[in-house]
Design a protein around this ligand. Structure first.
Ligand code: NAD
Ligand code: TYD
Length: 348
């Protein structure tokens, strides 16, 4: 039995990764460490919470004393690190929170992992989950690949870039086995409705304005969250030591085109006249330092590990919309309380 620590497992991507590992690997004991910030929600894991190979631990990765004692107690064989502050808009308002969790929190985990295994790192692995945003912005053409120079523009991407560098530094300096993956924008069930797709689904349900930043001509590369979780499974088990893998959907959309498609699909689902949701689109003040375009070249993970997305964007969007419409209670829970204050501050 291996003890695997997954951090941030109550969040959006983390909950899908935890479910996949708990269900597919009975020979692993999965420890889900999460501080349950506004983005963490144990409702995401109701279906697996009683499994024998699963333990939830509430705790903060910024607390080094707590982290060290946890590693001493459980001697984790591997770490899959997803815990992070993850929203660019929040990072613009509160950069220090991103430095604390994303930089300091990562270093605390690295130190504890090193402290546990530095005499013999064999069969051990620290897997750091990162983002394509560390590469900065693309112009109209080109793709990010694994050798693209880091050039982060937002406090969020700067903090993620910093954490990536520290993981690499522990590999080079202390011989700590690691692997890193940098993924494009995810969407799917359980995403907190502060990110574009779930925010707009929620607003359409409530006939609220859809705040498109700037002229809407910004481009993102979208990947269904389960396809990201499958890629994480592959990289964890088959990825080469000290390597980086870029993960993306080969699926670029201009924000405004994506929003039009979403509006059309929501009208159909909600049995509203075609064009009803589109009328909610409101162009608002642009995000500061807004990156123009992200697009991933995912050929390395495709060619070396045989990964590819399992659903098209249209299929993934259908699954996502259906999930939110069938889980209105989840939406209501996460949008009560703190969410209202955030929304007021961000959009009025
Ligand atoms: P999320 O915001 O939905 O979840 C983050 C989780 O981390 C939450 O459960 C939260 O409670 C927990 N957390 C936050 N601070 C913590 C702390 N100090 N200690 C312990 N737990 C803490 O994020 P997500 O979208 O699921 O992203 C997960 C990871 O994947 C992040 O590292 C993010 O940078 C990366 N990533 C996200 C995307 C995306 O599109 N969402 C794309 C590429 C990479
Ligand atoms: P987001 O989902 O926040 O992801 P990221 O900033 O990490 O790419 O935003 C995706 C795109 O949508 C980005 O170009 C910003 C834009 N956007 C809006 O136009 N309005 C919004 O209310 C939000 C949250 C995002």
């Amino acid at each position: 039995m291996k003890n695997i620590l997954i951090t941030g497992g109550a969040g959006f991507i983390g909950s899908h990764v935890v479910r996949l590992f708990v269900n597919n690997y009975p020979n692993y004991h999965i420890f889900n460490l999460d501080a349950l910030t506004y983005a963490g929600n144990l409702e995401n894991l109701e279906d697996i919470k009683h499994k024998e190979n699963y333990t939830f631990i509430k705790g903060n990765i910024v607390d080094s004393t707590f982290i060290n004692s946890l590693f001493t107690e459980y001697q984790f064989d591997a770490v899959i690190h997803l815990a992070a502050e993850s929203h660019v808009d929040r990072s613009i308002n509160e950069p220090l929170a991103f430095v604390k969790t994303n930089v300091l929190g990562t270093i605390n985990l690295l130190e504890a992992f090193k402290g546990t295994w530095e005499l013999d790192f064999s069969d051990k692995r620290f897997y750091h989950i990162s983002t394509d945003e560390v590469y900065g912005t693309l112009g109209a053409t080109g793709l990010f690949n694994e050798t693209t120079a880091y050039d982060p523009n937002s406090p969020y991407s700067a903090s993620k870039a910093s954490s990536d560098h520290f993981v690499r530094a522990y590999g080079e300096t202390y011989g700590m086995p690691y692997v890193i993956s940098n993924c494009s924008n995810n969407y799917g069930p359980n995403q907190f409705p502060e990110k574009l797709i779930p925010l707009f689904i929620n607003n359409i349900i409530h006939s609220k304005p859809l705040p498109v930043y700037g002229d809407g001509n910004y481009t993102r590369d979208w990947l269904y969250v389960i396809d990201h979780a499958n890629a994480i499974d592959l990289v964890f088990h088959k990825g080469k030591n000290k390597e980086t893998y870029n993960i993306g959907g080969f699926n670029e959309w201009k924000n405004i085109d994506l929003v039009w498609l979403l509006c059309k699909k929501m009208d159909l689902k909600l049995e509203r006249y075609n064009g009803t949701s589109k009328q909610l689109i409101t162009f608002v003040k642009d995000r500061l330092g807004h990156d123009l375009r992200y697009a991933i070249d995912a050929s390395k993970i495709k060619n070396e590990l045989g990964w590819q997305p399992s659903v098209t964007f249209e299929e993934g969007l259908e699954l996502t919309i259906d999930w939110y419409l069938q889980n209105k209670e989840w939406l209501n829970h996460v949008t009560s309380g703190e969410y209202q204050d955030y929304y007021e501050k961000q959009y009025t």
